[in-house]
Design a protein around this ligand. Structure first.
Ligand code: BEZ
Length: 400
């Protein structure tokens, strides 16, 4: 049977069988195995191919950097990273999650980037109880109706990154706006959050354009935008798709006549490839490269040294994932059996992040500042705080 079609009941049988087999052997608690402390298995489900590949690499490398900076251990135990390429493909997400949770029996699971993958992953880990840290995907449901004591997020909810932009664009006199995004949960939820604050304050969305993920054929829609003549455009694209969209937008001659706005993913980790086409784009996000705090400066230097690449928002989220796991495991001195205590420590953590200090809401999602950024001379320059300490409304989450 392909692992993709394993049912919940089969998974339980699989685990029971494995436990029974283990019962026949002499049991040595993992952290106290003879010789060197036993390894902690950390499952990593991220994209290493396709339009989100660069995001997956930065999250992974920064997470490992955080753990290496603290001696390469979690709670005193060395770490075995078990990586699976998610391909940012929701149709493979259940099989890939099961591979790590059921097959590899990882102690912790991290990832993914894509909201559709996150939904499938959350469904499984809620049932299996694996402590999971979502290191990018913003799917609102993960910390709303699907929230669970064992699910944490170090990144953002899709809602958080776009809700502050509605009033900001109105303040700038943009009342008639076209939105354009990929047609999947992240795009729909980001546009939905923007619509919520934009329409409530008197703005009109003239047209909501949706492009199948991960397509990058924008020409026909750019022609339509030109004919609709909105005051501005609001969009979500990320990774390779964001590079292509921003370049096509400028090449179509729209950049000077119809200003482009978006969630910060549109210009994060992409500026060298976008070049002059990105100049002047205003976005909202929970990070900016040039944030002036010592943690950010130190982190950016260390990431550059370790990878020879520049850090971006994805790297920051990976770094904070490593820090959060460390916080939980330090509290129990590496005893992965003490799950309740690990989760309690993680829940109560204050992370001194390159984005600034943040805490976790009851739904275990960051409560964080959302910055207003503008691309100037190839840099996402912070021009204000669009919303201080913004918490996702966590509608439908029953965690108290
Ligand atoms: C998402 O699918 O949730 C997502 C992907 C890339 C950047 C931001 C969000």
């Amino acid at each position: 049977m392909p692992i993709k079609s394993i049912s919940a009941a089969t998974r339980r049988r699989f685990l029971k069988g494995a436990a029974a087999a283990a019962g026949a052997a002499v049991f040595i608690p993992a952290p106290f195995a003879i010789g060197q402390a036993a390894k902690v298995k950390l499952g990593v489900l991220l994209p290493y191919s396709g339009t989100y590949a660069a995001l997956g690499h930065n999250i992974t490398d920064a997470m490992i950097l955080a753990i290496n900076e603290a001696g390469g251990t979690l709670g005193g135990r060395p770490v075995e990273y078990v990586k699976v390429d998610s391909e940012a493909d929701p149709s493979k997400a259940a099989a890939n999650t099961n591979k790590l949770v059921v097959g590899e029996k990882v102690d912790f699971l991290t990832g993914p980037v894509h909201s559709g993958v996150a939904m499938a992953m959350a469904k499984i880990v809620r049932e299996e109880g694996t402590i999971t840290v979502v290191s990018n995907a913003g799917a609102d449901a993960v910390t709303r109706e699907m929230c669970a004591a064992n699910i944490f997020r170090t990144s953002f909810s899709n809602w958080q990154t776009c809700f502050p932009m509605g009033p900001e664009m109105l303040k700038r006199g943009h009342k008639r706006v076209v939105s354009i995004t990929w047609n999947y949960a992240a795009g729909q939820e980001m546009i939905g959050a923007f619509r919520e604050s934009f329409a409530a304050n008197g703005g009109t969305i003239v047209k909501e354009m949706l492009v199948p993920f991960p397509n990058v054929e924008f020409q026909a829609l750019l022609t339509e935008i030109a004919s609709l003549k909105p005051d501005a455009v609001f969009s979500f694209f990320a990774g390779g798709g964001a590079v292509k969209f921003v370049k096509d937008y400028a090449a179509a001659g729209l950049k000077t006549s119809i200003p482009l706005f978006g969630s910060g993913f549109l210009t994060d980790g992409t500026l060298p490839a976008q070049g002059a086409a990105a100049e002047g784009i205003v976005t909202t996000l929970h990070y900016a490269d040039s944030l002036d705090n010592p943690v950010n400066k130190k982190f950016r230097e260390a990431f550059k040294k370790a990878t020879n690449r520049d850090a971006d928002v994805y790297a920051v989220q990976g770094y904070d994932t490593g820090k959060l796991l460390m916080h939980g495991m330090t509290a129990v001195k590496g005893d992965t059996g003490a799950k309740k205590e690990i989760m309690a420590a993680m829940r109560g953590a204050t992370l001194d992040s390159p984005r600034g200090k943040f805490t976790f809401s009851k739904a275990q999602n960051p409560v964080q500042d959302i910055y207003l950024r503008e691309v100037k001379n190839g840099d996402n320059v912070v021009i204000g705080v669009a919303h201080k300490a913004l918490a996702d409304p966590a509608r439908g989450c029953t965690l108290a």
